[in-house]
Design a protein around this ligand. Structure first.
Ligand code: FAD
Ligand code: SF4
Length: 511
């Protein structure tokens, strides 16, 4: 063996140039390590999903004739650290002259690999991950003179560069963005297809994690693990999405419903973030279906979907690499409160919170609007320390890797970056949740009441947020209307609302 090539758990990219030819002198190394299971407390389905997908990927490489070394978590020789295991392998394989690494996506991993590489006597060669459409440095490359960036300008540039949904340099349909036609509440008569679920027996991995006492959160049915763990299954999920869900994707993107946990969402984030699927193939498959089925998928649906993948997903990564490491400690509002205990149990009388959290503990998944406008919104209204909010989101979701979790949580949902990612804080009272869901119908609280024993907590906490951060928000043009509404309310009404909010904040754990 002359070369060791490291494949991390989120680098399961079968299309990477590394795998184009078989080289008997190159050993691909994959490893399950405590360093990765323990850097935060993950959902059990997340750890199992990663390990199962890594094992399948290693088998696929072996079957294709490549040489593979796979180190399981309970291997007695496992040193439980990526770099320590690499050093050990170099000792065991003295003829190895070169280590090949793919550029990692997380700052933490990048840091420890760079550090290790600097201290090696063998050559360390870096490769791109060949996954994203844009480079880490894209914001500086495209907007060298700008300090703040709008997702919309970034997205248009990606459209122009890739040619997706473009005709003669113009956006197809005459507009870049069709959002106004989307984002409805779920219609009563609307059928929602049952999600495509897999049914893996993952007892061996679960037993190993228990034996090794790996601390996790959430639940798992070890005989019916529902997430895709291979490229084949990821492609099945993509096909299912395109054929059954794409036609209503944008329309119900912001809808929430007690009977449907994933509605018309793709549930492709785990496959994308592990790189079992590439963003190009996802977008191209969707566009091709739209082109051949114009009577089923309209422009607003396809544009809405393409924007998530080539716009938001690439943009949050660009923000991450543009602002790390400082981004991970931002706290614009100086929030300090701990995360309420029901984030770990789902036991709260707030139906929207209970449903979103219970679903997250059960399935390691919540869709975007549950993350943003229910659990994220509430954490911000309750003044929770963004460190705690981050740790929760990083642990609980199967798709959570820091490069995508952090900008979404710190930036979009908590406004802790002071407006680098989002143009205003995503906060709302209960009326938004009521408008987009059926959660309020059987809730213990009354969404129409602002004060009183049964008043929806989102209502008074919302106005308390506006009052508390009035000064910090006064320069934000997008907040001016709401600030002036608050200013216009009479003193007694304001006082009553603030008292209600303080009462809720004082007993936040028992709401
Ligand atoms: P769909 O709604 O079907 O969207 C399709 C795809 O678009 C997704 O698979 C995803 O790849 C991409 N996408 C859509 N919105 C975003 C976005 N804002 N950022 C990046 N990609 C996007 N996404 C993660 O992948 N990992 C995370 O850890 C993560 N943490 C989040 C935390 C918070 C507080 C919020 C508000 C959002 C977070 N997101 C995260 C973004 C988004 O919620 C998920 O990508 C989405 O819910 C995944 O489910 P889906 O595949 O069904 O998505
Ligand atoms: Fe949530 Fe308030 Fe509606 Fe209850 S009434 S579901 S707490 S928004």
């Amino acid at each position: 063996i002359a070369t060791l090539a490291l494949v991390l758990g989120d680098q399961l990219n079968a299309g990477h140039s590394w795998f184009k030819t078989v080289d008997n002198n190159r050993l691909f190394v994959l490893m399950e390590v405590r360093e990765e299971t323990d850097y935060t407390q993950h959902h059990i389905q997340k750890v199992v999903g990663f390990f199962a997908a890594m094992r399948n990927f290693a088998n696929a490489l072996s079957n294709a004739g490549h040489k593979v070394c796979y180190i399981e978590l309970d291997d007695p020789n496992n040193l439980q650290s990526v770099t320590k295991n690499l050093s050990l392998l170099l000792k065991i394989l003295p003829k190895a002259q070169q280590v090949q690494l793919q550029q990692p996506d997380e700052y933490r991993v990048d840091h420890y690999l760079q550090d290790w590489a600097e201290h090696q006597s063998v050559e360390v060669k870096w490769y791109g991950s060949e996954h994203f459409l844009t480079q880490r440095s894209v914001l500086n490359d495209w907007f060298p003179d700008k300090e703040s960036f709008l997702m919309e300008s970034f997205y248009r540039r990606v459209r122009q560069q890739t040619g997706y949904l473009m005709e003669n340099d113009k956006p197809i349909g005459g507009k870049w963005n069709f959002d106004k036609e989307n984002r409805n509440k779920l219609a009563n008569k609307q059928d929602v297809p049952s999600p495509l679920l897999f049914s893996h027996d993952v007892t061996d991995i679960v037993t190993m994690l228990e034996k090794k006492e790996v601390g996790t959160i959430g639940r798992i049915d070890s005989q019916r693990f529902i997430w895709p763990t291979s490229r084949l299954e990821s492609r099945q999920l993509l096909d299912f999405f395109v054929e059954n869900l794409l036609e209503n994707f944008g329309r119900y993107q912001d809808a929430m419903h007690t009977d449907h946990w994933s509605l018309f969402h793709a549930r492709l984030s785990f496959s994308l973030n592990t790189k079992m699927l590439s963003p190009r193939e996802v977008v191209e498959k969707a566009i091709s279906f739209w082109q051949t089925n114009p009577s089923r998928v309209n422009m607003a649906q396809i544009e809405g979907f393409v924007r998530q993948i080539i716009g938001w997903r690439e943009f949050v990564r660009a923000i991450y690499w543009n602002h790390m490491p400082n981004y991970s400690t931002t706290n614009f509002f100086n929030n300090k409160a701990p995360l309420p205990s029901y984030y770990w149990t789902g036991k709260t009388n707030m139906q929207c919170m209970a449903k979103s959290i219970q679903q997250s503990l059960e399935l390691s998944y919540a869709h975007h609007i549950q993350r943003l406008m229910v659990t994220g919104n509430f954490a911000l209204l309750a003044g929770v320390n963004p460190d705690d909010v981050d740790a929760w989101y990083l642990g609980i979701y199967i798709d959570a890797l820091q490069w995508v979790e952090l900008p979404n949580t710190r930036g979009m949902s908590q406004f802790a970056d002071g407006g680098i990612l989002a143009t205003k804080p995503y906060v709302s009272s209960g009326s938004y949740i009521n408008k987009m869901s059926n959660y309020c119908q059987n809730c213990h609280y009354d969404v129409n009441q602002r004060v009183g024993e049964r008043a929806c907590p989102f209502n008074s906490l919302y106005w308390h947020f506006i009052d508390t951060h009035h000064e910090q928000l006064s320069n934000n043009a997008r907040m001016s209307l709401i600030l002036s509404q608050w200013n216009k309310q009479d003193k007694a009404a304001k006082q009553e609302l603030l008292e209600q909010a303080h009462c809720y904040l004082n007993q936040i754990d028992s709401l």
